[in-house]
Design a protein around this ligand. Structure first.
Ligand code: MEZ
Length: 567
């Protein structure tokens, strides 16, 4: 065959060399991946050998299963290309290009025999979805003494958190205090409510804000670096914490979570999709039914279930159902963000709220699915229209910034920045590698590349630099101008708004218990992160999603473990 199995056979590699003696394949494809790495080397060795412009073995997805891309018996496909369109040759590759707007489909459906096998396991806590909330909930439940199984339907863990570019919002942290900054959780409550158009659940917002500094300490205790600070939209202080140099927060956190899960020997299963949450008919959750890529459908009995399955901004159909006008917009989400966690919960009686509140992020790179982080604006970049003029306070909330871009005749704009801004935010170098950035030695030369009038862009940059120098932005009242747009090189990124976050979902209370349609908590059922609704109201502030995953992930994990002990 032309698949990897055939290529291997030609080189005298036997089935057992890849599969191990038993030839059985578990859902994590453990033996296969161990044997791939045994022969070919691990990600660092492979990355060192890679000649491609884009190095898939050194990406923001981290060190994952080889089998996420390389397949033995079907065509191989670069996982990156669910979101990107890299011209990347991998051995035994397929030809079809897929898009993240398609619903994620497992490559190997369980056979009839598997569906009948019906094995049953037992544990204390099952966690659905291994993104940021799922990892935090699992680690917390484990550390509180529970036996945990963490399930992930995708071939790799990380969820949308893996793609998070910005940082974690937290008020009155030791890092802010070290820099002499004054912040107050009460201000975080106010700004989060204002940003959410006052449609948030105020009790959830208080928990979010008052436990945010603790959340940062928790991350640091796991080994994360949250020392750098930047301003996000709708906020009056530098509250967004991120790794040094402005590195993207998500890949860093997921690496830390993966390491902590491994250290604890946590039972993490990829390729394992929950198809049903089980309950006893008296309103008490009793476990889940799982469809494993290889093991078929089986049951896990559990005393508590935590739903951390994420949002649905990658589900074109569902987005179209709730907001038809957003159906054709690109999504910044990972392909698995398709919303099953909400429908699974709804089927056992969970109340679902705010599903039509879908956030459009102002700046996705042109025609791509690459999010250009809000931290680029936070670092000082300006938004300029096709006439070469600023048109909005770049640090307003996302709903307003997106609306301002969509009000331009071209429905797109440019981020314009200079050398100091580029140097302050290492993510910009990543956008350069991806070919999303135009650069020039003068503002006029940049204007020519952007196709905007040179005199207008020069006047715009001069006025902004004056605002930087005088700390006053008379035209747009931008409060924070940390850097000018200065040379020797000037940069522009063409941007368009795109679907980013779904604010609606399962209703929870401040204990992260899922609330039923009757208004009462469903016994043994918890949820955290983007699968829930209520924390962000009708518009989420940049940097509050990671806070949500950590604060409510911890609450869900600790409470589930406590419930198990008391049950
Ligand atoms: O919280 C976010 O979604 C965020 C900060 C995104 C970004 O623009 O970097």
């Amino acid at each position: 065959s032309s698949f990897l199995s055939g290529v291997h056979k030609k080189n005298q590699i036997t089935c057992a060399d890849c599969h191990g003696k038993s030839l059985a394949v578990d859902d994590n494809e453990t033996a296969l991946n161990k044997n791939c790495k045994g022969c070919h080397g691990g990600f660092p060795e492979l990355a060192a050998k890679t000649k491609e412009h884009i190095n898939p073995h050194q990406s923001h997805l981290g060190d994952t299963n080889c089998t996420a891309c390389h397949k033995g018996h079907v065509a191989s496909k670069a996982y990156c290309n669910y979101c990107h369109s890299f011209a990347m040759k991998i051995p035994a590759m397929g030809t079809e290009k897929e898009s993240s707007d398609k619903k994620w489909v497992q490559e190997t459906a369980p056979g009839k025999k598997d569906l009948q096998s019906g094995r049953t396991e037992s544990t204390d806590v099952v966690v659905i979805g291994a993104g940021g909330s799922g990892y935090v909930a699992s680690i917390s439940a484990h550390d509180a003494g529970a036996k945990v199984i963490l399930l992930e339907k995708m071939p790799i863990t990380g969820g949308n958190s893996m793609l998070a570019a910005g940082g974690i919002n937290a008020a009155r942290t030791r890092y802010q205090e070290r820099l002499g900054m004054h912040d107050d959780p009460a201000e975080m409550v106010k700004e989060t409510m204002k940003g959410g158009r006052d449609k948030n659940d105020p009790e959830l917002v208080k928990v979010l804000a008052y436990k945010s500094a603790d959340a940062v300490d928790f991350l640091v205790s796991l080994g994360a670096d949250m020392t750098d600070l930047v301003r996000s939209g709708g906020v009056a202080v530098d509250r967004t914490h991120r790794p040094v140099g402005g590195a993207a927060v998500g890949p860093h956190l997921i690496k830390v979570y993966r390491e902590n899960a491994a250290k604890r020997n946590l039972d993490v299963r990829v390729n394992s999709e929950v198809v049903q949450i089980l309950s006893d008919g008296n309103g008490r959750v009793t476990g889940v039914q799982v469809k494993g890529k290889h093991s078929g459908v089986y049951t896990i009995k559990a005393k508590a279930v935590i739903d951390t399955a994420g949002g649905f901004a990658a589900n074109n159909e569902l987005v179209g159902f709730y907001k038809p006008q957003f159906k054709e917009t690109a999504s910044s989400n990972q392909p698995g963000a398709t919303g099953e966690g909400v429908s699974l919960a709804e089927k056992i009686g969970a109340k679902v709220i705010d599903m039509e509140q879908i956030q459009i992020h102002p700046t996705m790179g042109g025609e791509t699915k690459v999010l250009i982080s809000e931290t680029v604006r936070g670092s000082g970049a300006i938004l300029v229209n096709h006439a070469g003029k600023r048109f909005v306070n770049e640090l307003t909330t996302r709903d307003k910034a997106s609306a301002a871009i969509l009000a331009q005749p071209e429905k797109s704009a440019f981020l314009v920045l200079g050398e100091d801004i580029r140097k302050s935010n290492v993510q910009i170098d990543g956008y350069i590698v991806l070919g999303l950035v135009q650069e020039a030695d003068s503002v006029a030369a940049l204007a020519a590349k952007m196709g905007v009038p040179a005199d207008a862009l020069t006047a715009t940059v001069d006025a902004y630099n004056k605002a930087f120098a005088t700390k006053k932005d008379p035209e747009f009242q931008r409060q924070d101008i940390p850097r000018p747009v200065n040379g020797p090189k000037y940069y522009a990124i063409w941007v368009k708004p795109g679907r980013h976050h779904t604010m609606g979902g399962v209703k929870i209370n401040t204990e992260a218990q899922v609330i039923g349609k009757d208004g009462k908590p469903i016994t043994g059922f918890y949820a955290a992160g983007e699968v829930t609704g209520g924390v962000h109201g009708w518009n989420r502030l940049g940097g509050n999603a990671i806070t949500d995953t950590v604060v409510f992930g911890r609450i869900a994990g600790n409470n589930a473990a406590r419930f198990v002990k008391e049950a």
